[in-house]
Design a protein around this ligand. Structure first.
Ligand code: NAD
Length: 324
């Protein structure tokens, strides 16, 4: 039984939700074609393989591909017919292809639109998407209370907030009633080049808030293919990541493999969301996680990569509006 157990992708408790999510979560933004075109067949095969390998957590947003990610994920879930209790879906509200709107009215309408595209009666998580672009005071006083009502109506199980600057999480969590925010989703702050999320973990644990960390590959910086055109990193950060990827390749290793393993290294992070659009990526990422669970990370390679990335460590980019 122990050997069989060791072949399962690890699941971790997510804050106080009582839910156990797979430590690798399926980031579905690529299904909205944001990293290049993905056919319906490729999308379905990738989602099917994810389920087969033990991934039970899928993250999307009406913003990704202007609703395309939600629609494609919904079609895949319907086609596969997996029992509803066996997977968790997170979608978002407040960010759309035509701009931001965190009003109670928009968010309330948004969840119905998302449920219809996803073909679901409820979502497990509804997260306010990139709140640094809205008024944080509105998130506290209007958006989160509106989502509480959606929770009471049974359309949403858990409430979350997402964004890039880490201070937004303290700002909101210090001002909302205890237990009204179940999870936060941070991105690009727990990967080899930027581990600043770690300093926030004790605070989040004290609050009983679950932690989801996205973009272990730094939205493509830590891949052989490199980042997409729209990537906001500085030329210096891009060049350092390119050098790190080249270094790994020169040693017959893969930077993405190492990067995902690094991001899985702290159990205070329940799930690491990787954007995936193919069976190959799903298999590679699950294999990296299984290898890390069994043997740990390649410490020597990690040290070399950390040395290359040292000069740009924790370098980020600005996101959002001035809060006043
Ligand atoms: P990521 O760091 O996961 O990188 C994704 C890119 O890496 C894609 O191009 C993907 O095709 C590629 N990739 C995946 N596995 C690979 C592998 N094994 N080898 C080589 N390349 C590989 O960045 P992301 O997609 O932006 O983040 C993951 C998910 O997290 C998103 O899909 C989204 O669901 C979520 N997210 C949410 C927010 C937010 O709420 N504000 C922000 C960022 C990400």
């Amino acid at each position: 039984a122990e050997a069989a157990e060791a072949r399962l992708l690890e699941r971790r408790e997510l804050g106080s939700t009582g839910i156990k999510v797979s430590c690798v979560g399926f980031g579905a933004s690529p299904l909205g074609n944001v990293f290049g075109p993905v056919s319906d067949d490729e999308a379905l095969a990738a989602v099917r393989r994810a389920f087969e390998l033990g991934i039970n957590f899928f993250d999307t947003s009406p913003y990704y591909g202007g609703t395309v990610s939600e629609s494609v994920l919904g079609r895949c879930l319907r086609a596969l017919g997996v029992p509803r209790s066996e997977f968790f879906v997170s979608t978002k509200c407040g960010r759309y292809i035509d701009g931001f709107d965190f009003s109670a009215e928009r968010v309330t309408r948004s969840v119905d639109e998302s449920l219809s595209r996803l073909g679901l009666d409820y979502v497990d998580f509804l997260q306010c998407h990139d709140i640094e672009f809205g008024s944080l005071d509105q998130i506290v006083s209007e958006t989160i209370p509106a989502i509480q009502k959606l929770k009471e109506a049974g359309k949403v199980r858990f409430v979350g907030i997402t964004g890039l600057p880490l201070e937004i999480f303290n700002y909101v969590l210090d001002r909302v009633p205890q237990e009204s925010v179940d999870v936060i989703l941070s991105y690009c702050h727990y990967s080899i080049n930027d581990s600043s999320l770690l300093s926030l973990l004790p605070y989040l644990e004290k609050k009983g808030v679950g932690v989801i960390s996205a973009s272990p590959l730094a939205m493509g910086l830590l891949t052989d293919n490199g980042p997409p055109e729209w990537h906001p990193a500085s030329p210096e950060l891009k060049a350092s990541c390119r050098a790190a990827a080249d270094h790994c390749r020169g040693k017959g290793k893969n930077i993405s493999h190492l990067a995902l393993q690094y991001s899985l290294g702290n159990k205070g992070v329940a799930s690491v969301l990787v954007g995936m659009n193919s069976v190959k990526q799903v298999e590679e990422n699950v294999a990296a996680a299984m290898e890390q669970a069994a043997n740990g990370i390649d410490e020597e390679l990690l040290e070399e990569v950390e040395a290359i990335l040292g000069p740009v460590k924790n370098q980020t980019w600005s996101s959002g509006i001035q809060q006043g």
